[in-house]
Design a protein around this ligand. Sequence first.
Ligand code: GLC
Length: 589
Amino acid sequence: MKLIRRIILATAFLSTCAIAQTGNVARTDKPWWNGAVFYEIYPRSFGDSNGDGVGDLNGITQHLDYLQRLGIDAIWITPMYPSPQVDFGYDISNYETVDPQYGTLADFDKLIGAAHQRHIKVLLDMVLNHTSDKHPWFIASAASRSNPKSDWYVWNDGADANASGITPFQKRYQHEGKVPPNNWESVFGGSAWQWVSARHQFYYHRFYIQQPDLNWRNPEVEKAMFASIRFWLDRGVDGFRLDAISTLFEDPKLHNDPELPGTNDQGDPNLRSQYSDNLPEVHDVMRRLRAVLQSYPGDRVLIGETYTPNVAELEKWYGGKEQNELQLPMDTQPGFGDGANFSANWFRQSLQMSQQVTGEPLIVFDNHDNTRSIDRFGDGAHNVARAKIIATLLLTTRASALTYYGAPIGMVTTTPTRKEDVRDPIGITGWPKQKGRDGERTPMQWTTGLQAGFSSAKKTWLPIASDYRTVNVQSELKDPESLLNWYHQLIALRKTEPALRDGTMQFLDNANNKVLTFRRNGPEPVIVAMNFTDFAQPLAANLASSHIRTLATTAPELQHATSIQGVSLPPYGVWVFKVDGAGDSAGAK
Ligand code: GLC
């Protein structure tokens, strides 16, 4: 056992050394994840190696060459552990192996070995807030009040149905004269409390009923979860994306969350999660977890699912001055923030804010929980052109970047049109207001062939999107103007241009809502300009007028430009260029 662990650790160390040498510019002063491009894989939908219509681990391994060619640095695989799949893997019933429908532990070892060989790091999704209700811990905990696991989940006697102060919402969930102890709601609809007759008590579930919340005030829980984390670190995993991490703790006094006007998509009163989210205790756990990762070689990394309203809140996840919590909490503001829209002003303002954090920013526009950015920021007529701008924002900003399978080829959201086709439970309970998340989880489109090259099965778990004959890897690799080739070019530039990877970021022409321009500083500065409109636009007047060299552009006429004099940016045009002889290291972040 010890020997195996030593071999795994040695392999992890060797692969770190190799990474430091990839790219054209040697970089030894920063950990691998700084400035890295992460690629999220939803395993059900990436590659189906055994023809059962559901993706699997070998399906990921088979497509690693594609990922290497794309140039990404790391993959994050959403949960592939054993699970009843109520929330498609986010309801885990065993943290230390692989769900048989995705393969075996041996397949996982093969995957990580093959990825490391290609200098691709592997991150897993770690769901700390809750388990499946089929996890042996919960089965034991729910059986009685006196079993050894009785305090591993959040249990409560509830309130008397006739007590004063009980809200009409609580009254809807009455059992044997008891109602939930407060008004807390499940993110997925209904009360967050579920009655269990065997204990004559309610348990708390922030998400589905089948996802009971662990009691993180019990030190045994932390011990068990950290052991599972070590299990994967010992196997060579390079880090984790921490699921729903802000929800780990709840107010022990169970105060009601304040009510806001109106109701949500599930028809429940709107609440502000003051007492059920973002409790300060979570940061103690994060510090201890970071210490666990630090005890391993190879700069293992923690990414956080951190939907915060501003960067001040985000700062806490880095660990403030100490920087001893997550290395990469996600900055979801530019991509998903309230008021996000396709305008130069929105992105200038939100990306300027992203630059304010003391750690490395992590920018994200797409994931498995939100409609795809090509639809959110598209206008129906120029979606691919706009997607190239989103790609540029993602890949040329001073930040680590997180993309999602399908985004680089422009896969669209394919929302079910009939309730009976919906697979995501919130789409069933919320229909028609909330149609669920199936739309952004359809199978990856590889080829023009059968089932888009995803599977040989007659029926795939979600149908292949109808545009697969044109939107697929095979076709786009052949088309120099494709969105996929734009991703290729920009990812490659991050490796060859130190300014794009490490340079500070200075926004130019700040009053311009039509063109967004910024400069990445360094010995050889790079300017990025994007036209957000459907009309040609002049470049910023205050740009240096010296000799320039195009690094990448969506506009063929700019490919060989040597000066910005008299040049205008065509509709939705993007231009990334170098200004000769303008090197400096000054400039605002
Ligand atoms: C996170 C996941 C989401 C899941 C939820 C509960 O938000 O991204 O897919 O349903 O947590 O685990």
